[in-house]
Each structure stands twice: as structure tokens, then as C-alpha cells.
Design a protein around this ligand. Structure first.
Ligand code: SF4
Length: 360
């Protein structure tokens, strides 16, 4: 594994970005919003109304994992508030540059489960395909912030090997498109790939792990909905939303379109210090998700990735929060509190003491 690799974008249509005064970007193509995302700490601070006292820390974190924030997401950030929960997810801090024991570049040891370039096979019945090495947004806590995507750039020849792997293993029933963010890829490429998967008889499900419908809702357009609607595979989209403020009307409209294309919508969140580490915030998130037609699925504790230790919420506190959340929500709105343990065959429930002893 290479350390400290800064991601490179896939080629996208280049159109200059100029947000309207009200922050609206709906007149621009998703490609232009993607290519026009803020990628400079100084520009980010200016856009959110913070002064240059934050610059040294921001530039330090940016060195190992570059800033990337699209305008549509930026427009939901409260200007002038360094504690804004959406800003906290994208603004590099000096803490990222500190070495903390136990925080490593590959916390899930994924390098041990890569049978072919671009393919991660950790769990029975399903494989994860690194469909793109880029994201529309760079989340500071991302467990793949040091993943060597450049070693897994997918050429047609590599995809051919990956697809052969799927064809040869009839125990597989689900293909997961991940990344990076798979929806950064062009629709032509995704339509081809999904067509290939569709033709593998033992596959039943297509799952996409993506943040794009949240951070650039215009990504959900007619071209995308066409290839999604055409496949015989059952479709599941696992979104990634950590705070209710991320869900505005444009996200709700995108979710409605996805549901009309037969997509089941789930959400996974990461429990993050300073973002969503309170019962009220987590409850509001579950309620808002359901308003958008999304079921809460997982609440992950932080994976110990180098540069993200300042987001950590200890297990005992995570469990207390989850217990309190259980008392305030119907069961179908309660996400499972989990962590990913290297070598385990599935997500592991976080439980540090019997639930009857929990209090908050
Ligand atoms: S969108 Fe997902 S993969 Fe991309 S940086 Fe954020 S958490 Fe990581």
C-alpha cells in the first residue's frame, strides 16, 4: 500500500462554476458542479466566512488528503460558524497532522482482500468493486483517505478480469459498486458495467455506496435513471448522511427519483465527535432520513484511520448514545451500531457492556 496518496479526479466535462447569489446551482450540469468543487483551503475558508487563523491547520491536513467541497453541499453550511456540523466534515484541521497511536493508513486491512485490481472480496456472497478512485466530496474522517486508488484505476482490461472473477464464482449474489464514489464515473461507463453485471446469471443484486445524491443532488438525472431502471438486478443504494442538515429539498427530490426507479434507499452514518455525537442530533437525523424515504441502516463507530483521531467517540459513549436513541425512536428508525473488524465476515455490533446496564 502506498501512503498518503492524494486522489485524482476522473476526467469530467469542464464548465466554469459560478453559483447564483442564493447559492442555487441547479442550472449547472452535475459534471460542472463536480469539476467546480472547492479544492483549496483558502477558498474554502473564504466561502464559509472564516478568517485565516484556520489556514495553517487547513493546509496541513490538505497536504495528505486534499480539500474537496461542491457548491451544493457548501450552500447548506452556516457561514461564519467553525462548529457547523457539515463544515466539520470537510474542513481540514491541524489535528489531522498529528500521529496518534493505533491510527493507521489501512485500518480495515483491505490490502489483504484484493484478489484482482479494483476488487475487494471480504464477505461471503458479495464483492465490492472500486468503480472510481474519486469522490465528489472529501470527508476528513474517511477510512479510505489513504487508499492507493492509483493502483486500482480501472481500465477495460482490468474490468475484464474483475468481471471474470464474478462470473467464475457462483456463490456471489451481490455486486457492490463503491470507491471513492461510483457515481463520479460517467453514465456511459456505468451503463456498460451494470449491463455486464446484469448478464451474470447468479447475481441478484446491485448495490451502490454513494454520497453523490446528497452532495450534488443533480447527479440523479434522466441519463442515470435510465441505466438504473434498465437492469433486472434488484437495486439498493446506501447513502452516507451524518446530519439532518445535509438533507435539503434538493436531496429529497433526488431520493424521490431514485425510488421511482425502483431503488431501495438505506443510509449509513459515522458517529463523529463534533458532528453528530448527541442523542438529539441522531434522533433528528433518523426522522429526517425517513422523511426523505431513506431507512437508517448503520451507525458506524470511527475506523481508526490516520488523521481522523479527533473525530473519535469512545465505544462506551457510543453505546450509551445508541441506548438512549433506542428509547426515542421506533425500531425501524434505529440504525445498527457497528464497527468493521479486519478479518471478520460481517460488521460487528458494538457492545461494551450488557444493554441492561446502559444509561444516559
Ligand atoms: S464520500 Fe465516502 S469514500 Fe468519499 S471521502 Fe467521503 S466517506 Fe470517503
Amino acid at each position: 500500500m502506498c501512503a498518503m496518496i492524494t486522489r485524482t479526479m476522473q476526467p469530467v466535462q469542464t464548465i466554469s462554476l459560478s453559483a447564483a447569489d442564493d447559492g442555487s446551482v441547479s442550472e449547472q450540469s452535475w459534471q460542472s458542479q463536480l469539476s467546480g468543487a472547492i479544492r483549496d483551503p483558502k477558498a474554502l475558508l473564504a466561502a464559509v466566512g472564516l478568517d485565516e487563523r484556520w489556514l495553517t491547520g487547513a493546509e496541513g491536513g490538505h497536504q495528505s488528503f486534499e480539500v474537496r467541497v461542491p457548491q451544493a453541499y457548501l450552500s447548506r453550511i452556516q457561514k461564519g460558524d467553525p462548529a457547523d456540523p457539515l463544515l466539520r466534515q470537510v474542513l481540514p484541521l491541524e489535528a489531522e497532522t498529528q500521529t496518534v497511536a493505533g491510527y493507521v493508513n489501512d485500518p480495515l486491512e483491505e490490502a489483504d482482500h484484493i484478489p484482482a485490481a479494483g476488487l475487494i472480496h471480504k464477505y461471503a456472497t458479495r464483492v465490492l468493486m472500486i468503480t472510481s478512485g474519486a469522490c465528489a466530496i472529501n470527508c476528513r474522517y474517511c477510512f479510505r483517505r489513504h487508499f492507493p486508488y492509483e493502483d486500482h484505476a480501472a481500465s477495460r482490461a482490468q474490468w475484464s478480469k474483475t468481471l471474470d472473477y464474478l462470473r467464475d464464482d457462483d456463490s456471489l449474489i451481490e455486486a457492490i459498486l463503491s470507491g471513492g464514489d461510483p457515481l463520479v464515473s460517467s453514465d456511459a461507463r456505468l451503463a456498460w458495467l451494470v449491463g455486464e453485471l446484469d448478464a451474470i446469471p447468479h447475481l441478484k443484486r446491485l448495490r451502490l455506496h454513494t454520497r453523490l445524491p446528497v452532495v450534488i443532488p443533480d447527479r440523479v438525472d434522466d441519463t442515470m435513471l435510465a441505466w438504473l431502471s434498465n437492469t433486472r438486478l434488484q437495486k439498493v443504494m446506501v447513502l452516507h448522511i451524518n446530519h439532518a442538515h445535509e438533507i435539503d429539498d434538493s436531496v429529497i427530490r433526488a431520493c424521490e427519483k431514485l425510488k421511482s426507479a425502483g431503488v431501495t434507499l438505506l443510509n449509513q452514518s459515522v458517529l463523529l465527535r463534533g458532528v453528530n455525537d448527541s442523542v438529539d442530533i441522531l434522533r433528528a437525523l433518523s426522522e429526517r432520513l425517513f422523511e426523505a424515504g431513506i431507512l437508517p441502516y448503520y451507525l458506524h463507530v470511527l475506523d481508526p484511520v490516520a488523521g481522523a483521531a479527533h473525530f473519535d467517540v469512545p465505544d462506551h459513549e457510543a453505546q450509551q448514545l445508541h441506548e438512549a436513541l433506542r428509547d426515542r425512536l421506533p425500531g425501524f428508525l434505529l440504525p445498527r451500531l457497528v464497527r468493521e473488524v479486519p478479518g471478520e465476515k460481517a460488521k460487528t455490533s458494538v457492545q461494551v457492556y450488557p444493554t441492561s446496564q446502559a444509561s444516559f
